[in-house]
Design a protein around this ligand. Structure first.
Ligand SMILES: [Cu+2]
Length: 269
C-alpha cells in the first residue's frame, strides 16, 4: 500500500506537465523550469480554490440571518504570510530561470556550423556559409501542404549557431521539440546555439502574430548525422532553392534570392 502510494507520488513528480521530451542538449533547463513552476502553481491554485470554496459554503448567507460579517481593517500575520510566501516562490523561480537562461543562451566562439535564418512576411530563408539558400513559404491555398515549406538542414550532435534576422516585422523562430523560441527583431540580429541529439524531421513555425498569413509561416528542421550533413552540404549549389518538395533547383538569380524585398516571385497566393 505504502509502496503503491510512493510509486504514484514519484509518477506524479516525474510529470512534465505536457512538455515535449525534447531533442537537444539544452532543452532540459527549460523543462525543469516549467516543472518547477508547475510544482508551485498547482498546490497554490488548489489552496486558493479550496479557500474560495470554503468561504462560499461556510459563510454563505442563510435565510433569516442578515447579520453583517465582522469587519477587520488589518490582519498582520495573514498579510505578512501572503506577501512573504509569494516573494519566496518568485525568488526561487527567478534563481532557476537565471541559471537556465545562462545555459540556454551560451554561444560558442567556434560553432561547427553557422546558418543565417531570415524571417519575412511570410516565409523563411536559410542562408549557408557557401551561399546556398533554402527558401520557401507555406502553400497559401492549402495550409496542410508541406511541399513548399523551407527546410533548415543541420547536423546532429554538433553546435549549430543560428543568427536570426528579420527582413520586415517581428517574427519568432520556434521549434516545439527544441523547447526553444527566439524573436527576430528588425535591427537586432539575435544569435543562439542549438545542439540536436536526435536526428529527425521537426516542424517549426513563426510564434509571433506577424500579419495576415502568420499561420502559414511554417518550416521544417531536418536534422541528419554529421556525415550525412557533410555529404548533403557538399552537393548544395549556391543560390538554389530547396523546399520540402523540391530539392536543389536553381530558381531565379542569385541577387533575387539575396534581396529581401524581392520575394514576390517565390511566394504564392
Ligand atoms: Cu512571422
Amino acid at each position: 500500500m505504502c509502496s503503491l502510494a510512493m510509486h504514484q507520488l514519484t509518477g506524479l513528480l516525474a510529470t512534465n506537465f505536457g512538455s515535449p521530451s525534447g531533442v537537444t542538449t539544452q532543452d532540459h533547463y527549460v523543462r525543469e523550469l516549467w516543472r518547477l513552476s508547475g510544482f508551485f502553481a498547482f498546490p497554490i491554485g488548489l489552496l486558493v480554490l479550496g479557500l474560495i470554496a470554503y468561504a462560499i459554503i461556510r459563510y454563505r448567507r442563510r435565510p433569516g440571518n442578515d447579520r453583517k460579517p465582522a469587519q477587520f481593517q488589518y490582519h498582520i500575520p495573514l498579510e505578512a504570510t501572503y506577501t512573504i510566501i509569494p516573494l519566496v516562490v518568485v525568488a526561487i523561480i527567478f534563481g532557476f530561470m537565471y541559471s537556465a537562461e545562462n545555459h540556454v543562451n551560451k554561444v560558442a566562439a567556434k560553432p561547427a556550423v553557422a546558418i543565417t535564418v531570415d524571417g519575412f512576411q511570410w516565409g523563411w530563408r536559410f542562408v549557408y556559409p557557401n551561399g546556398h539558400v533554402q527558401i520557401g513559404t507555406a502553400d497559401y491555398n492549402n495550409i496542410n501542404n508541406n511541399n513548399d515549406l523551407p527546410v533548415l538542414v543541420m547536423p546532429s550532435n554538433e553546435t549549430v549557431q543560428l543568427q536570426v534576422v528579420s527582413l520586415d516585422v517581428v517574427h519568432t523562430f520556434y521549434v516545439k521539440e527544441f523547447l526553444f523560441n527566439r524573436d527576430l527583431i528588425p535591427g537586432i540580429n539575435n544569435v543562439f546555439d542549438i545542439n540536436v541529439t536526435k536526428p529527425g524531421l521537426y516542424p517549426g513555425q513563426c510564434n509571433n502574430i506577424c500579419g495576415e498569413y502568420h499561420a502559414y509561416m511554417r518550416f521544417l528542421v531536418d536534422v541528419m548525422s554529421p556525415a550525412q550533413y557533410s555529404a548533403w552540404y557538399a552537393n548544395q549549389p549556391a543560390c538554389s532553392i530547396t523546399t520540402a518538395g523540391v530539392s536543389g533547383i536553381q530558381k531565379g538569380s542569385c541577387s533575387a534570392l539575396n534581396a529581401g524585398s524581392n520575394f514576390s516571385g517565390y511566394t504564392q497566393g
